[in-house]
Design a protein around this ligand. Structure first.
Ligand SMILES: CC(C)(COP(=O)(O)OP(=O)(O)OC[C@H]1O[C@@H](n2cnc3c(N)ncnc32)[C@H](O)[C@@H]1OP(=O)(O)O)[C@@H](O)C(=O)NCCC(=O)NCCS
Length: 333
Protein backbone atom coordinates (compact mmCIF):
# COMPACT_ATOMS: atom_id res chain seq x y z
CA UNK A 1 0.00 0.00 0.00
CA UNK A 2 1.23 3.54 -0.69
CA UNK A 3 2.05 5.38 2.51
CA UNK A 4 -0.36 8.24 3.30
CA UNK A 5 2.49 10.73 2.79
CA UNK A 6 2.84 9.63 -0.86
CA UNK A 7 -0.81 10.29 -1.60
CA UNK A 8 -2.05 13.82 -2.20
CA UNK A 9 -5.30 14.44 -0.38
CA UNK A 10 -6.45 18.04 -0.47
CA UNK A 11 -9.51 20.22 -0.02
CA UNK A 12 -12.14 20.06 -2.76
CA UNK A 13 -12.50 23.20 -4.88
CA UNK A 14 -15.29 24.12 -7.35
CA UNK A 15 -12.93 23.14 -10.20
CA UNK A 16 -13.19 19.52 -8.91
CA UNK A 17 -16.94 19.03 -9.31
CA UNK A 18 -16.86 17.17 -12.62
CA UNK A 19 -13.99 14.89 -11.58
CA UNK A 20 -15.62 13.98 -8.24
CA UNK A 21 -18.95 13.33 -9.95
CA UNK A 22 -17.13 11.13 -12.51
CA UNK A 23 -15.76 9.02 -9.62
CA UNK A 24 -19.34 8.47 -8.47
CA UNK A 25 -20.62 7.67 -11.97
CA UNK A 26 -17.98 4.95 -12.30
CA UNK A 27 -18.63 3.59 -8.81
CA UNK A 28 -22.42 3.83 -8.66
CA UNK A 29 -23.74 3.60 -12.23
CA UNK A 30 -27.31 3.03 -10.96
CA UNK A 31 -27.30 6.19 -8.85
CA UNK A 32 -25.59 8.85 -10.90
CA UNK A 33 -25.89 12.49 -9.92
CA UNK A 34 -25.44 15.68 -11.94
CA UNK A 35 -23.38 18.83 -11.50
CA UNK A 36 -26.58 20.82 -11.11
CA UNK A 37 -27.71 18.63 -8.22
CA UNK A 38 -24.33 18.75 -6.43
CA UNK A 39 -24.19 22.53 -6.79
CA UNK A 40 -27.71 22.85 -5.46
CA UNK A 41 -26.90 20.72 -2.38
CA UNK A 42 -23.76 22.77 -1.74
CA UNK A 43 -25.34 26.16 -2.42
CA UNK A 44 -28.25 25.49 -0.06
CA UNK A 45 -26.14 23.97 2.74
CA UNK A 46 -26.63 25.87 6.02
CA UNK A 47 -22.96 26.30 6.93
CA UNK A 48 -23.78 28.32 10.04
CA UNK A 49 -25.66 25.38 11.51
CA UNK A 50 -24.16 22.28 9.94
CA UNK A 51 -20.58 21.35 9.19
CA UNK A 52 -19.53 19.98 5.80
CA UNK A 53 -16.03 19.45 4.35
CA UNK A 54 -15.01 17.63 1.17
CA UNK A 55 -11.60 16.26 0.16
CA UNK A 56 -10.19 14.78 -3.04
CA UNK A 57 -7.33 12.34 -3.58
CA UNK A 58 -5.05 12.75 -6.58
CA UNK A 59 -2.85 10.31 -8.43
CA UNK A 60 -0.36 12.15 -10.62
CA UNK A 61 -2.63 15.20 -10.69
CA UNK A 62 -5.76 13.20 -11.62
CA UNK A 63 -8.61 12.95 -9.14
CA UNK A 64 -9.20 9.29 -8.29
CA UNK A 65 -11.31 9.63 -5.16
CA UNK A 66 -13.25 11.98 -2.95
CA UNK A 67 -14.56 12.01 0.58
CA UNK A 68 -16.91 14.10 2.63
CA UNK A 69 -17.77 14.62 6.28
CA UNK A 70 -20.90 16.42 7.29
CA UNK A 71 -23.60 16.77 9.91
CA UNK A 72 -26.91 15.10 9.11
CA UNK A 73 -29.43 17.97 9.02
CA UNK A 74 -32.53 15.73 9.16
CA UNK A 75 -31.25 13.87 12.27
CA UNK A 76 -28.89 16.44 13.72
CA UNK A 77 -26.57 15.47 16.57
CA UNK A 78 -23.86 18.09 17.14
CA UNK A 79 -21.04 15.60 17.81
CA UNK A 80 -21.97 12.97 15.20
CA UNK A 81 -20.97 13.15 11.56
CA UNK A 82 -21.67 11.28 8.36
CA UNK A 83 -18.73 10.17 6.23
CA UNK A 84 -18.83 9.29 2.51
CA UNK A 85 -15.86 8.21 0.46
CA UNK A 86 -15.52 6.80 -3.03
CA UNK A 87 -12.50 5.77 -5.11
CA UNK A 88 -12.50 4.98 -8.84
CA UNK A 89 -12.84 1.19 -9.24
CA UNK A 90 -9.55 0.94 -11.15
CA UNK A 91 -7.67 2.89 -8.47
CA UNK A 92 -8.82 0.82 -5.48
CA UNK A 93 -6.60 -1.20 -3.13
CA UNK A 94 -3.74 1.25 -3.52
CA UNK A 95 -4.28 3.21 -0.32
CA UNK A 96 -6.34 6.15 -1.63
CA UNK A 97 -9.44 5.27 0.38
CA UNK A 98 -7.42 4.87 3.58
CA UNK A 99 -5.67 8.21 3.04
CA UNK A 100 -9.01 10.02 2.55
CA UNK A 101 -10.55 8.18 5.51
CA UNK A 102 -7.63 9.06 7.80
CA UNK A 103 -8.08 12.73 7.01
CA UNK A 104 -11.84 12.63 7.46
CA UNK A 105 -11.36 11.01 10.87
CA UNK A 106 -8.76 13.63 11.78
CA UNK A 107 -11.34 16.33 10.99
CA UNK A 108 -13.94 14.48 13.10
CA UNK A 109 -11.46 14.11 15.93
CA UNK A 110 -10.51 17.78 15.75
CA UNK A 111 -14.18 18.67 16.17
CA UNK A 112 -14.61 16.37 19.19
CA UNK A 113 -16.85 13.90 17.37
CA UNK A 114 -18.41 11.13 19.44
CA UNK A 115 -19.20 8.94 16.42
CA UNK A 116 -19.16 8.86 12.63
CA UNK A 117 -21.65 7.10 10.42
CA UNK A 118 -21.18 5.70 6.92
CA UNK A 119 -23.26 3.53 4.59
CA UNK A 120 -22.45 0.80 2.08
CA UNK A 121 -24.54 -1.38 -0.21
CA UNK A 122 -24.27 -4.96 1.02
CA UNK A 123 -23.53 -6.24 -2.50
CA UNK A 124 -20.54 -3.90 -2.89
CA UNK A 125 -18.06 -6.02 -0.97
CA UNK A 126 -15.11 -3.62 -1.02
CA UNK A 127 -17.07 -0.84 0.69
CA UNK A 128 -18.48 -3.22 3.34
CA UNK A 129 -15.04 -4.72 4.07
CA UNK A 130 -13.42 -1.29 4.21
CA UNK A 131 -15.80 -0.11 6.92
CA UNK A 132 -15.86 -3.36 8.89
CA UNK A 133 -12.05 -3.47 8.95
CA UNK A 134 -12.00 0.01 10.43
CA UNK A 135 -14.22 -0.58 13.43
CA UNK A 136 -17.61 0.41 11.99
CA UNK A 137 -20.58 -1.54 13.38
CA UNK A 138 -23.96 -2.03 11.71
CA UNK A 139 -26.73 0.20 13.11
CA UNK A 140 -29.44 0.16 10.46
CA UNK A 141 -30.42 -1.72 7.34
CA UNK A 142 -32.65 -0.45 4.52
CA UNK A 143 -33.87 -2.52 1.63
CA UNK A 144 -33.71 -0.81 -1.70
CA UNK A 145 -36.52 -1.84 -4.01
CA UNK A 146 -37.60 -0.96 -7.51
CA UNK A 147 -41.01 -0.92 -9.14
CA UNK A 148 -40.90 -1.56 -12.89
CA UNK A 149 -43.87 0.56 -13.85
CA UNK A 150 -44.55 -0.38 -17.48
CA UNK A 151 -46.10 -3.73 -16.61
CA UNK A 152 -48.02 -2.44 -13.61
CA UNK A 153 -51.41 -4.13 -13.39
CA UNK A 154 -53.87 -1.53 -12.06
CA UNK A 155 -56.72 -4.08 -12.12
CA UNK A 156 -55.17 -5.69 -9.02
CA UNK A 157 -55.93 -2.47 -7.15
CA UNK A 158 -59.43 -1.84 -8.47
CA UNK A 159 -61.35 0.10 -5.85
CA UNK A 160 -58.29 1.45 -4.00
CA UNK A 161 -58.70 4.97 -5.34
CA UNK A 162 -62.53 4.87 -4.98
CA UNK A 163 -62.17 3.73 -1.36
CA UNK A 164 -60.39 6.97 -0.53
CA UNK A 165 -62.68 9.13 -2.68
CA UNK A 166 -65.72 7.72 -0.82
CA UNK A 167 -64.25 9.09 2.42
CA UNK A 168 -64.31 12.59 0.92
CA UNK A 169 -60.58 12.57 0.38
CA UNK A 170 -59.14 13.85 -2.88
CA UNK A 171 -55.67 13.14 -4.23
CA UNK A 172 -54.06 16.19 -5.80
CA UNK A 173 -50.58 17.59 -6.38
CA UNK A 174 -48.57 20.38 -4.86
CA UNK A 175 -48.43 22.04 -8.27
CA UNK A 176 -52.25 22.14 -8.46
CA UNK A 177 -52.73 23.25 -4.87
CA UNK A 178 -50.27 26.11 -5.23
CA UNK A 179 -52.49 27.48 -8.01
CA UNK A 180 -55.55 27.64 -5.77
CA UNK A 181 -54.25 28.07 -2.21
CA UNK A 182 -51.55 30.57 -1.14
CA UNK A 183 -51.00 28.48 2.01
CA UNK A 184 -50.34 25.26 0.06
CA UNK A 185 -46.58 25.27 0.57
CA UNK A 186 -46.89 25.88 4.32
CA UNK A 187 -49.44 23.08 4.61
CA UNK A 188 -47.22 20.75 2.60
CA UNK A 189 -44.28 21.62 4.87
CA UNK A 190 -46.30 20.83 8.01
CA UNK A 191 -47.49 17.56 6.52
CA UNK A 192 -44.00 16.57 5.43
CA UNK A 193 -42.40 17.38 8.80
CA UNK A 194 -45.20 15.65 10.73
CA UNK A 195 -44.97 12.45 8.67
CA UNK A 196 -41.15 12.45 8.74
CA UNK A 197 -41.19 11.99 12.53
CA UNK A 198 -42.19 8.36 12.13
CA UNK A 199 -39.62 7.37 9.50
CA UNK A 200 -37.18 4.96 11.19
CA UNK A 201 -33.87 6.67 11.90
CA UNK A 202 -30.80 5.91 14.06
CA UNK A 203 -30.97 9.35 15.67
CA UNK A 204 -34.28 11.15 16.23
CA UNK A 205 -35.57 13.11 13.29
CA UNK A 206 -34.96 16.87 13.54
CA UNK A 207 -37.24 19.36 11.83
CA UNK A 208 -35.74 21.86 9.40
CA UNK A 209 -37.20 25.39 9.39
CA UNK A 210 -39.63 26.16 6.57
CA UNK A 211 -37.08 28.17 4.54
CA UNK A 212 -34.57 25.31 4.65
CA UNK A 213 -37.20 22.80 3.55
CA UNK A 214 -38.26 25.11 0.72
CA UNK A 215 -34.72 25.63 -0.54
CA UNK A 216 -33.68 21.99 -0.26
CA UNK A 217 -36.77 20.15 -1.35
CA UNK A 218 -39.14 22.32 -3.32
CA UNK A 219 -36.60 24.51 -5.12
CA UNK A 220 -34.29 21.59 -5.92
CA UNK A 221 -33.45 21.29 -9.63
CA UNK A 222 -34.88 17.76 -9.67
CA UNK A 223 -38.10 18.59 -7.78
CA UNK A 224 -41.34 17.52 -9.49
CA UNK A 225 -44.23 19.57 -8.04
CA UNK A 226 -46.69 17.69 -10.27
CA UNK A 227 -45.43 14.40 -8.77
CA UNK A 228 -45.79 15.66 -5.18
CA UNK A 229 -49.06 13.93 -4.40
CA UNK A 230 -51.18 15.05 -1.44
CA UNK A 231 -54.33 13.57 0.11
CA UNK A 232 -56.70 16.30 1.34
CA UNK A 233 -59.94 15.74 3.26
CA UNK A 234 -63.22 17.61 2.82
CA UNK A 235 -62.18 20.12 5.52
CA UNK A 236 -59.07 20.96 3.53
CA UNK A 237 -56.76 19.16 5.94
CA UNK A 238 -53.61 17.65 4.42
CA UNK A 239 -53.55 13.99 5.50
CA UNK A 240 -50.83 12.29 3.49
CA UNK A 241 -48.21 12.65 0.81
CA UNK A 242 -46.11 10.64 -1.61
CA UNK A 243 -43.58 12.50 -3.71
CA UNK A 244 -41.21 11.62 -6.52
CA UNK A 245 -38.17 13.45 -7.75
CA UNK A 246 -36.14 12.98 -10.88
CA UNK A 247 -32.55 12.00 -11.49
CA UNK A 248 -31.26 14.72 -13.82
CA UNK A 249 -28.46 12.46 -14.97
CA UNK A 250 -30.59 9.41 -15.71
CA UNK A 251 -34.13 9.80 -17.10
CA UNK A 252 -34.81 6.04 -16.91
CA UNK A 253 -36.00 6.18 -13.29
CA UNK A 254 -37.54 8.36 -10.58
CA UNK A 255 -36.59 8.51 -6.92
CA UNK A 256 -39.37 7.96 -4.42
CA UNK A 257 -39.30 10.64 -1.75
CA UNK A 258 -41.37 10.34 1.39
CA UNK A 259 -44.65 8.46 1.57
CA UNK A 260 -46.40 9.34 4.81
CA UNK A 261 -49.87 9.58 6.33
CA UNK A 262 -50.67 11.47 9.53
CA UNK A 263 -51.09 9.11 12.46
CA UNK A 264 -54.79 9.84 12.92
CA UNK A 265 -55.52 9.08 9.24
CA UNK A 266 -53.73 5.75 8.96
CA UNK A 267 -55.43 2.48 8.05
CA UNK A 268 -57.84 4.11 5.57
CA UNK A 269 -56.09 3.24 2.30
CA UNK A 270 -54.60 6.70 1.78
CA UNK A 271 -50.97 5.61 1.24
CA UNK A 272 -51.95 3.05 -1.39
CA UNK A 273 -54.09 5.61 -3.28
CA UNK A 274 -51.19 8.07 -3.23
CA UNK A 275 -48.69 5.49 -4.42
CA UNK A 276 -50.95 4.43 -7.29
CA UNK A 277 -50.80 8.03 -8.51
CA UNK A 278 -47.00 7.94 -8.44
CA UNK A 279 -47.09 4.85 -10.67
CA UNK A 280 -49.42 6.57 -13.16
CA UNK A 281 -47.06 9.53 -13.16
CA UNK A 282 -44.02 7.33 -13.80
CA UNK A 283 -45.76 5.61 -16.72
CA UNK A 284 -46.82 8.95 -18.25
CA UNK A 285 -43.25 10.20 -17.96
CA UNK A 286 -41.92 7.09 -19.66
CA UNK A 287 -39.54 5.90 -16.93
CA UNK A 288 -38.59 2.28 -16.44
CA UNK A 289 -38.71 2.16 -12.66
CA UNK A 290 -39.16 3.96 -9.35
CA UNK A 291 -36.45 3.43 -6.72
CA UNK A 292 -37.23 3.44 -3.03
CA UNK A 293 -35.63 2.56 0.32
CA UNK A 294 -37.29 1.20 3.43
CA UNK A 295 -36.00 0.27 6.84
CA UNK A 296 -36.18 -3.52 7.11
CA UNK A 297 -38.44 -3.10 10.17
CA UNK A 298 -40.86 -0.65 8.55
CA UNK A 299 -43.63 -3.22 8.17
CA UNK A 300 -46.53 -0.93 7.12
CA UNK A 301 -44.56 0.60 4.23
CA UNK A 302 -42.97 -2.69 3.19
CA UNK A 303 -46.40 -4.34 3.06
CA UNK A 304 -47.66 -1.75 0.58
CA UNK A 305 -44.53 -1.96 -1.57
CA UNK A 306 -44.59 -5.77 -1.64
CA UNK A 307 -48.28 -5.73 -2.60
CA UNK A 308 -47.54 -3.30 -5.43
CA UNK A 309 -44.76 -5.50 -6.79
CA UNK A 310 -41.63 -3.59 -5.82
CA UNK A 311 -38.65 -5.89 -6.46
CA UNK A 312 -36.23 -6.11 -3.56
CA UNK A 313 -32.59 -5.19 -4.16
CA UNK A 314 -29.56 -5.64 -1.90
CA UNK A 315 -29.78 -3.65 1.32
CA UNK A 316 -27.89 -0.48 2.21
CA UNK A 317 -26.29 -0.82 5.62
CA UNK A 318 -25.62 2.20 7.81
CA UNK A 319 -22.66 1.76 10.11
CA UNK A 320 -21.42 3.74 13.06
CA UNK A 321 -17.89 4.02 14.44
CA UNK A 322 -17.59 4.98 18.08
CA UNK A 323 -14.96 7.67 18.59
CA UNK A 324 -15.76 8.44 22.23
CA UNK A 325 -12.67 6.60 23.56
CA UNK A 326 -10.28 8.60 21.37
CA UNK A 327 -12.14 11.84 22.13
CA UNK A 328 -11.95 11.17 25.89
CA UNK A 329 -8.23 10.43 25.76
CA UNK A 330 -7.70 13.61 23.76
CA UNK A 331 -9.64 15.61 26.30
CA UNK A 332 -7.85 14.00 29.27
CA UNK A 333 -5.41 16.31 31.09
C1 LIG B 1 -14.36 1.87 0.21
C2 LIG B 1 -13.41 2.44 -0.82
C3 LIG B 1 -13.53 3.97 -0.77
C4 LIG B 1 -11.97 2.04 -0.46
O1 LIG B 1 -11.08 2.68 -1.37
P1 LIG B 1 -9.61 2.09 -1.67
O2 LIG B 1 -8.86 3.14 -2.35
O3 LIG B 1 -9.70 0.76 -2.29
O4 LIG B 1 -9.05 1.91 -0.17
P2 LIG B 1 -7.61 1.38 0.27
O5 LIG B 1 -6.81 1.01 -0.93
O6 LIG B 1 -7.00 2.40 1.16
O7 LIG B 1 -7.98 0.13 1.15
C5 LIG B 1 -8.77 -0.92 0.65
C6 LIG B 1 -8.13 -2.25 1.04
O8 LIG B 1 -7.05 -2.49 0.16
C7 LIG B 1 -5.88 -2.78 0.92
N1 LIG B 1 -4.75 -2.33 0.12
C8 LIG B 1 -4.36 -1.06 -0.08
N2 LIG B 1 -3.25 -1.05 -0.89
C9 LIG B 1 -2.99 -2.34 -1.20
C10 LIG B 1 -2.00 -2.97 -1.98
N3 LIG B 1 -1.07 -2.26 -2.62
N4 LIG B 1 -2.04 -4.31 -2.08
C11 LIG B 1 -2.98 -5.01 -1.46
N5 LIG B 1 -3.94 -4.48 -0.69
C12 LIG B 1 -3.94 -3.15 -0.56
C13 LIG B 1 -6.09 -1.98 2.18
O9 LIG B 1 -5.29 -2.45 3.24
C14 LIG B 1 -7.53 -2.21 2.44
O10 LIG B 1 -7.78 -3.45 3.04
P3 LIG B 1 -8.22 -3.51 4.58
O11 LIG B 1 -9.60 -2.94 4.63
O12 LIG B 1 -8.17 -4.95 4.92
O13 LIG B 1 -7.23 -2.65 5.33
C15 LIG B 1 -13.73 1.92 -2.25
O14 LIG B 1 -13.79 0.53 -2.22
C16 LIG B 1 -15.01 2.44 -2.84
O15 LIG B 1 -15.04 3.51 -3.42
N6 LIG B 1 -16.13 1.67 -2.69
C17 LIG B 1 -17.46 2.15 -3.15
C18 LIG B 1 -17.98 3.23 -2.23
C19 LIG B 1 -18.18 2.72 -0.81
O16 LIG B 1 -18.76 1.66 -0.59
N7 LIG B 1 -17.69 3.49 0.18
C20 LIG B 1 -17.70 3.07 1.56
C21 LIG B 1 -18.67 3.76 2.42
S1 LIG B 1 -18.87 5.47 2.24
Amino acid sequence: MKSPTEIAVRQFTPADYEAAIAVNRASYPDYTESLEEWRHWDDTWEHKKYFKARLVAEDGGRIVGWGQINHTPWAFVADKYRIDLTVLPESRRRGFGSAIHDQLLAIADGRGARAVQAAAKESLADGVAFLEHRGYRERKRDWESRLFVRDFDFSRFAGAEERVAKQGIRITTLAEERQRDPEALRKAYELDTDCSQDVPSIDPHTTAPYEEWLAHTIEAPNALPDAWFIAIDSDGRYLGLSDLFSSLDDPTFLWQGLTGVRREARGRGIAMALKLRTVRYGIARGVEHIKTWNDVNNQPMLAINVAMGFVRQPAWVTYEKDLSASSQSRRAP
